[in-house]
Design a protein around this ligand. Structure first.
Ligand SMILES: Cc1cc2nc3c(=O)[nH]c(=O)nc-3n(C[C@H](O)[C@H](O)[C@H](O)COP(=O)(O)OP(=O)(O)OC[C@H]3O[C@@H](n4cnc5c(N)ncnc54)[C@H](O)[C@@H]3O)c2cc1C
Length: 376
């Protein structure tokens, strides 16, 4: 049996960020990332992810946007300096207003919300055309200078390399059984791994863990397509309008994504490809006919009812934690929430209510029930 201080089940954005935050808080911690398949096998494997703090039709600033950006930027800088590959494109994010109603909302967001200085500006239609000549006529656009695109597979690879150098162990071991007699033990038929703390970061599969079957997580399938364009596209900002279009490198664009609440399988399909072609053509009609679809990808997001991540310790099982529900904002939230969770695990610091398990009535009920059972 191999023993650790913390085992993290799941090697996506949540799992890697949690491992990093733990060993950076205490370099003596022995941390294992146990990934059933391979790093980025889940939603985190998305070929390019946009980092956009202005969300929804009203362009609300996301929860703790400044702290999230600070921590993500720090990680990107750190990993970029140790990598020969490009991990991000700092082109900003454009949110075109496709009608006057959205234009009004966006201008109001600029006026009413306390956006940090220099993050965001309003572009009149002419300025929009100057930035993206191929863009369908818009009523102006919000331009989020702080926004960016992350080449997620490259980011995860650099992240895993950094963690290995920092002493984190990785096992790619397939299915396992869990036992909680003396701490937490994972047994995959070949080996056993044990630790006093086990963190489940298995994305939408977190509910498959028998202790977490009550988590309020919804599985939402997303498909994304990659296109090759003969002309250079790497200067285009990410464009967010009912999905997104973003450059991946000089000649490739990623177009995402579908939001499928009911799906029969997890694979990309022809219907998804059709919708993504249509989205591309609607947004950039001048560019679409020149580009060819060269690939398609799908993944399953885990979302919560209030669209914020969920993290914390089990109401009844000491040492068992979960971190999931990153929805469509995995890049923005993963590092900041991981840092809060790492402090919760190592220093018993309370997690903010907004991301705690107990903001949901059902989880609150379960905790009260467990308290009654444990303290009759
Ligand atoms: C099409 C699409 C587009 C997206 N676009 C963006 C975007 O533009 N910007 C953005 O920020 N986010 C985006 N997201 C969301 C983002 O990808 C997710 O929020 C994020 O990846 C979730 O990370 P995670 O680590 O929680 O889960 P996952 O990435 O799903 O990781 C879970 C990991 O656990 C492993 N696993 C599963 N079961 C077990 C088990 N029993 N034991 C051990 N390991 C297990 C899986 O193999 C996987 O590697 C997008 C998602 C999709 C699907």
């Amino acid at each position: 049996m191999k023993t650790f201080d913390v085992i993290i089940a799941g090697g996506g954005l949540a799992g890697l960020a949690t491992a990093a935050q733990l060993v950076e808080k205490n370099k003596n911690l022995k941390v294992l990332v146990y990934e059933a398949r391979q790093i980025g096998d889940g939603a985190s494997g998305v070929p390019a992810g946009m980092v956009n703090p202005a969300t929804g039709q009203r362009a609300h600033m996301v929860w703790n946007a400044e702290a999230c950006f600070r921590m993500l930027d720090k990680r990107l800088d750190q990993l970029s300096s140790g990598s020969s590959t490009i991990l991000k494109l700092q082109n900003g994010v454009m949110r075109p207003a496709v009608d006057e109603y959205l234009a009004e909302n966006f201008r109001a967001s600029l006026e009413n919300k306390r956006w940090p200085k220099g993050w965001i500006e309003w572009l009149e239609p002419d300025a929009v055309r100057n930035k993206v000549p191929n863009l369908k006529n818009s009523f102006g656009a919000l331009f989020i200078k702080k926004g960016k695109t992350v080449r997620t597979p490259e980011y995860l690879e650099a992240y895993a390399n950094y963690l290995k150098e920092a002493g984190v162990s990785f096992i790619f071991g397939g299915p396992y059984s869990i036992d909680n007699k003396n701490g937490w033990t994972l047994n995959n038929g070949t080996n056993s791994f044990s630790a006093p703390a086990l963190v489940i970061t298995t994305g939408y599969k977190a509910r498959e863990n028998k202790y977490w079957s009550e988590l309020p997580l919804n599985a939402v399938k997303g498909q994304l397509a990659l296109y090759h364009c003969p002309e250079k596209v790497s200067h285009i900002p990410a464009i967010s309008a009912y999905g997104y279009i973003t450059p991946v490198d000089d000649h490739r664009l990623a177009v995402g994504s579908t939001y499928e609440h009911h799906f029969f399988d997890e694979n990309p399909d022809a219907q998804g490809a059709g919708l993504l072609d249509q989205k591309f053509n609607e947004l950039l009609p001048g560019l679409y006919p020149k580009c060819n679809r060269i690939g398609q990808w799908s993944g399953i997001r885990a979302t919560t009812p209030d669209r914020l991540p969920i993290a914390g310790e089990h109401y009844d099982m000491k040492g068992l934690y979960v971190y999931a529900g990153l929805g469509s904002k995995g890049l923005l939230y993963s590092e900041f929430v991981a840092s809060l969770l790492a402090m919760h695990i190592t220093e018993k610091k309370d997690l903010p209510f907004e991301i705690s398990l107990y903001r949901f009535a059902r989880m609150q009920e379960l905790r009260e029930h467990a308290d009654e059972q444990n303290n009759p």
